[in-house]
Design a protein around this ligand. Structure first.
Ligand SMILES: [Zn+2]
Length: 253
């Protein structure tokens, strides 16, 4: 059987037996792919260091149809992201991103997902410290969008009318977006004013606001949205990230 080579990002690895490791990659040609790297922990030098989580490279593997676990031949790493491991909030953002991809991706090709993954991991590694909370939330929103679940921020999910610039609506998780003030009267869900809506739009577009506020409230909306539409329960790494975010100051939307 001939091996297959594909661009790939390493999302997770764990030891198996006394010398092997199971690695989970997001790949260009086969989507989410699990491989067994036999004997990799007995190799010294290059073999060990190139298996760094969140790194990009070329994965070469023997892929058998209708199997869940394949056999790695080689991972030639071209782009390390060591900086993600040096800062707990950057690492938490990357972990939440990886957890979401691992929980929802399948073996179908999704070029936008691979592009988004590379982009958000690079941003998480390189942004200034003050922008890391926004970068972490943006990463998970962007991946959610790549799965096809972008929230509808305007027009209203209920009546279809455009939201007025000063309208304070509510986030309706079941409907996948924002209700205008009129339709929100008897509805639950968190209040969402024009600033918060603009901030979510920017997070989805990977545009980081210089002044990002209410990070914890944003995390609550994101976590509930992802749990409702993409995965069936809240992501553990988002909960962990929540404990690291700066407290929200004051009240308002
Ligand atoms: Zn409405």
């Amino acid at each position: 059987m001939a091996p297959v080579s594909t661009p790939a990002v390493l999302l997770r690895s764990h030891d198996y037996g006394d010398s092997s490791r199971i690695l989970r990659f997001y790949t260009e040609t086969h989507g989410l792919l699990s491989v067994m790297a036999r004997g990799v922990r007995k190799r010294s030098g290059k073999g060990a260091t190139t298996l760094a989580t969140f790194a990009t490279g070329t994965l070469t593997a023997y892929i058998k149809p209708h199997r869940d676990l394949h056999t790695m031949k080689d991972f030639d790493c071209t782009h390390f992201r060591d900086g993600l491991g040096l800062d707990v909030m950057r690492f938490a953002g990357a972990s939440a991103t990886a957890e979401l991809v691992l929980a929802h991706a399948d073996q179908e090709q999704n070029p936008d997902l691979l592009r988004a993954l590379e982009q958000v991991l690079d941003t998480l590694q390189s942004v200034e410290t003050a922008q890391v909370p926004a970068a972490a939330l943006s990463a998970v929103w962007r991946i959610t969008k790549a799965f096809g679940f972008a929230p509808q921020l305007d027009p209203c999910v209920c009546c279809g009318e455009p939201l007025a610039d000063d309208s304070v609506g509510r986030f309706d998780f079941a409907s996948g977006g924002v209700r205008c003030a009129r339709c929100a009267e008897d509805a639950g869900g968190p209040r969402l004013g024009p600033i918060a809506r603009a901030q979510i739009a920017n997070l989805l577009a990977c545009e980081l606001d210089a002044e990002f506020t209410y990070a914890r409230r944003h995390l609550g909306v994101l976590s509930d949205f992802v749990a409702y539409h993409v995965v069936s329960k809240p992501l553990k790494s988002l909960h962990f990230l929540g404990g690291l975010l700066p407290p929200d100051e004051g009240i308002g939307a």
